[in-house]
Design a protein around this ligand. Sequence first.
Ligand SMILES: C=C(O[C@@H]1C=C(C(=O)O)C=C[C@H]1O)C(=O)O
Length: 470
Amino acid sequence: MTAHAHPRRDADDLGAPPAGSPRPGSTDFPAAPRLVVRTTRLPEGLPGDLTALLDLLPDARPLAWVRRGDGIVGWGEALRLEAWGPGRFADAEAAWQEVLGAAVVHDDVDLPGSGLVAFGSFAFDDASGTAGDARPGGTIVVPRVVVGRRGGPEGTAWVTSITQGDALPDDVASVLDPARRERVAGPGAVTTVDGSLSAEDWTEVVAEGVERIRRGDLEKVVLARDVLATAEHPVDPRWMLRRLAVAYDACWTFSVDGMVGATPELLVRSEKGLVTSRVLAGTIRRSGGAEADDDSLLRAAHLARSSKDLEEHEYAVASVADALAPFCSSMNVPDAPFVLHLPNVLHLASDVTGVLAAGTGGSPAPTSLALAAALHPSAAVCGTPTLAARDLIREIEGMDRARYAAPVGWFGADGDGEWGIALRSAELSPQDPHRVRLFAGCGIVAASDPGAELAESEAKLEPMRYALGG
Ligand SMILES: C=C(O[C@@H]1C=C(C(=O)O)C=C[C@H]1O)C(=O)O
């Protein structure tokens, strides 16, 4: 099946492509439009709080990638690129390179996230978002306005305006004017029901996964479930983003094209030749209440010695190290994981780093999106061996993961950027603003217990349930 990315012009609506734009699978693309980009420093900086960037978002179609108050937010659409099927990463990349070739960039700040940037979100499976499906397998959005900060509360802040051709840029003072912002309202009462499978049926799926592993078909598989939430009022993703950014400040809080979450897992960051990946696998729930701190330390010690969790973790680290190695001249793969403490769970975590080798034969080094494509799907979200795990997921999981557990993030004109794995995430329904689909999954190995995995999946749903609360 062929798949092509094509720029959609004047894409400031999220509805159907404008009349005359090419359909997926066609080869007749319009030439890349010329983007004119201006980044200027905000001399006064931004307020110090964790939500300072998110508080600027004027409407309910936010683009965001923030952590501990730093990052970038964007709104409006200067350009949208869509890609379909197995070639979604390569096609999106090729279309992006054409856009870069035609762009004119004035950047007074020159930090990661300044100048021309795009946000992106991709489907987990090659078979999801193929030609003919309602939703593409990959979307790249270039906002009209980007605001960023780096270096904490006192750090450098900037605003970028992006327009097509000769259109007038947005006035910087007016884009930051609070009077332009639509009020952010909560979703009200929220009810949830089982998604594709009931909790009981999903436990049976996990038991089947354990069985296949014990009989030697594969070593690890990650199995996920979804839960459907219906809210009293339309769900404004900005509401969710603010709650996540404060409560889960060690995570990367994101919003791209209706996919919202706070992921603790960084698939890849590429910055000035250094690549980093935070690999997670191996999880234990955290309890609340007065004894929570002591209890967490005990649980952390237990997790760090759990052979079942260490095994899950080793598969995940090996898959990332193996995928990065061909691109790196040197790498550091930690011998043992550390324990990452989040409000809902503790994870075994390893930060794998590497120095990007210069491109061979004069070709440029791979962009962060190309690295993300090479790393996806890691054993943290698919399994080991990859293809056997993917086939088992297709066979028994009983749902379309859509963009859950797949790369989500941003990149800039120099290829540097950050791509997380869309975990602790939800997909807003494009049809009904009251509806949201929440996801969670668990790594299964021979020693896994289906009942315990169900409890773990509930703990992993907690951030998104919290995001919809208040
Ligand atoms: C699949 C998810 O999380 C992944 C699975 C983990 C595990 O099984 O221990 C831990 C972190 C993530 O790599 C999820 O949150 O949905």
